[in-house]
Structures are given as structure tokens and as C-alpha cells.
Design a protein around this ligand. Structure first.
Ligand SMILES: [Mn+2]
Length: 367
């Protein structure tokens, strides 16, 4: 055997993990649409190219990409030694290959992603059985390897740099949209490939709406600025939230109220971090944080924490396989889950603080 590149080694380990949870499957078939199946990116580790409608045939020790002239060279540049790349430009040839690979075999499909139209086509090639392998991928993807963690740390660092620089651009009259554009620019300037998701910027009472879209609301003195954003670096996402106060009037009642909320959310986030260790049940972590928010300060924030404490992050901002709200999901070392408590008071404002937690054996840390 020749030398297998670093990427090849990662891939083989990933295949081993996936097939551990999909033992009887002969072949996993990942079919892109106009978008790439996240599992396609997980396996190939491709960082460039669109690969629309391409098909990836995955076996335990070898993978085969069925592509066309549009992406062929891009694939060759990025492929590793365990991957064969086929340049197919007519439907007869494609049908012959698929018939040979699928007929009478047990085929694993990602039912979380595959459109029913594609499922219909695959069935025409007469597989012996179709198995949904989305769960096997979710399990494997929930635990990050060193290479993935490296990319996620960089995505986090880029986002944190943008958070450090953004307050310079706060000024009276600037709009949420302008701050969002500036934030995206700062992430790009600091090395982001693109945004992991649409950047949320909300001023004042808009901050009470967790998924507010930035609009033309203008910034005024003594106002809340909530920004929820993340860089994407080599396919891996960051997801962070910071809540600022612009030119606070420190003796105003509004500022005093918001400060108390901020301190409460900050403390809640620390409780989440301390509780979230290996073998803990994710939902217990959420429950501990919710209990704190609901009871502190005489219960005045009861019911104001209106979402889950956190979700798995990886190739997708909301990765499958781990969270702080799913029933019976035990935390495991090297999972990465957001820790994002919030308190929201409609008509007044809200605070959310979010960091990405790397789960450890006895102690977890923020990335
Ligand atoms: Mn999040």
C-alpha cells in the first residue's frame, strides 16, 4: 500500500464508525440535489465545488463519486486515495452503473435528505432492501475527530474576532441590516469561507424575538444589541451569540433591568457548562439551567427561557445526533454542543449568550 494522505485516514475512520451502525448494508448511496447532502461533505471532505446531483457510492473501504465534466477536475484535485472519481456524461452509462451497484443489494439511504423523487428512481433499480442510515451518520457525526475540532476552533476564533471588532461600528442611527453586513464582512476578512447561517442582529425590543431577521430598525442610545452569528470554515460551523448595550445610561431603570437579566443569563450559561460532561443526560443539563432561570430573583423570569439550551454543531449549524433537549441522549467526549440560555421579555428586550462547548470527561470547555 502507498502512503494514505491525512484526509484518507480521517475518511476511513469515519467509514468504520458509520458501518458499525449500519452493519448489514452493502452500499450507502448519497445523492445530492441542488444542494449537497451534509453527509456527502462529511465523507468526501470536499472544500470546493457544488457537486449538484452527484452521487456518492460508499462501501466500507472504498468510495466512488459519480460526477460529470462540470465538477470532474475539482473532484480529482481534492480526492483521496480511497476514492474513485467517474466522469459520466450520459444517462445510459449512469443507469448501467447504478443497476450494477444497486440490484439485489441492501442499500443505505439518507432519508433525512433524499427527496422522494430520487427514492423513486433508486427503487427502479430493484434493491433487495432499503435501509435508512441517517441515524448511523448522526451518531458518527456527533463525535468530532481532531481534524474536525481544529476546523471548528478556527470557525469559532474567526467569529470571536468579529465580535471583538463589531462594537467599533455601533453608532446612533445605524440599522440592524448595516450591522449584519459589517459583521459578515468582519468574519470574511478574518478568514471565514461563508456565514454558517444568516446573521441575526436585533436592537432593543427586537432582541426578545430569538430569530428576528435584521431590518431597518435604527440604533439608539441605551439600547440592547443582540448578535447571533457564526463563521463557516472548511465546511464546519460556529454558532455564537453576544448581547451588548450601546451607550448605556447606567442610572436608567431600563439599563438596571437589562443588567440583571444579563447577569442571570451569564450565570445560567456557566451552570450549563459545568453540568455538561460525559455520561450526563443532555436533558438534565437543560433542566438544571431552566430550573435556575425559573427560580432565581423570586421567580420573576419564570417561563422566559423559551428554547432548548443547545444543539449539536458541525457541518450543519444544527447538526444531528446530540442536543440538550433530546430524551435519553447521553453526552460523550468530543461532542460539540451550543450552550445558549436566554431570557426574553416581549415588548422590552432579551438577552442570549451562546458559546460552543466541547464535551469532556470530567470538565467541558468552550471552543
Ligand atoms: Mn445556536
Amino acid at each position: 500500500m502507498g502512503i494514505i494522505g491525512k484526509i484518507g485516514k480521517n475518511m476511513n475512520k469515519k467509514l468504520e464508525n458509520i458501518f458499525k451502525n449500519a452493519e448489514n448494508v452493502d452500499l450507502i448511496l448519497l445523492s445530492n440535489t441542488g444542494n449537497e447532502d451534509p453527509n456527502f461533505l462529511y465523507i468526501t471532505e470536499f472544500e470546493s465545488g457544488l457537486f449538484e446531483n452527484n452521487i456518492l457510492l460508499v462501501k466500507k473501504d472504498r468510495i466512488k463519486l459519480l460526477t460529470n465534466s462540470l465538477e470532474y477536475e475539482t473532484a480529482l484535485e481534492q480526492k483521496n486515495r480511497s476514492m474513485d472519481v467517474l466522469n459520466i456524461n450520459n444517462s445510459n452509462e449512469m443507469s448501467n452503473i447504478l443497476k450494477k451497484e444497486i440490484e439485489d443489494k441492501i442499500i443505505g439511504l439518507n432519508m433525512e435528505f433524499l427527496p422522494s423523487r430520487s427514492l423513486g428512481i433508486i427503487k427502479k433499480f430493484k434493491p433487495r432492501k432499503i435501509v435508512d442510515i441517517s441515524g448511523a451518520f448522526a451518531k458518527a457525526r456527533a463525535i468530532k475527530d481532531e481534524d474536525e475540532l481544529k476546523k471548528m476552533r478556527i470557525a469559532n476564533d474567526i467569529t470571536k474576532k468579529a465580535f471583538k471588532e463589531i462594537p467599533k461600528y455601533f453608532k446612533e442611527g445605524i440599522t440592524e441590516k448595516e450591522i449584519a453586513a459589517r459583521f459578515n464582512y468582519l468574519m470574511a476578512y478574518n478568514g471565514s469561507d461563508k456565514e454558517a447561517f444568516d446573521t441575526i442582529v436585533s436592537f432593543e425590543k427586537n432582541s426578545a424575538l430569538p430569530h428576528h431577521f435584521p431590518d431597518n430598525t435604527r440604533l439608539a442610545k441605551n439600547s440592547t444589541v443582540l448578535i447571533d452569528a457564526g463563521a463557516k470554515y472548511k465546511n464546519y460551523c460556529a454558532d455564537l451569540t453576544r448581547t451588548f448595550f450601546f451607550k448605556p445610561d447606567k442610572i436608567s431603570i431600563k439599563y438596571k433591568k437589562m443588567s440583571e437579566i444579563y447577569e442571570t443569563v451569564h450565570k445560567a450559561q456557566q451552570i450549563g457548562l459545568e453540568k455538561a460532561v460525559e455520561n450526563e443526560d443532555g436533558k438534565n443539563v437543560h433542566a438544571a439551567v431552566a430550573e435556575f432561570i425559573n427560580t432565581v430573583h423570586g421567580g420573576k423570569y419564570k417561563g422566559r427561557f423559551i428554547h432548548s439550551l443547545g444543539h449539536s454543531i458541525g457541518i450543519e449549524t444544527h447538526d444531528p445526533g446530540a442536543s440538550f433537549s433530546q430524551q435519553n441522549v447521553k453526552l460523550k467526549k468530543n461532542m460539540v454542543i451550543s450552550d445558549e440560555p436566554g431570557i426574553y421579555i416581549v415588548g422590552f428586550g432579551g438577552v442570549r449568550i451562546e458559546d460552543d462547548v466541547l464535551i469532556g470527561k470530567r470538565r467541558s470547555v468552550f471552543l
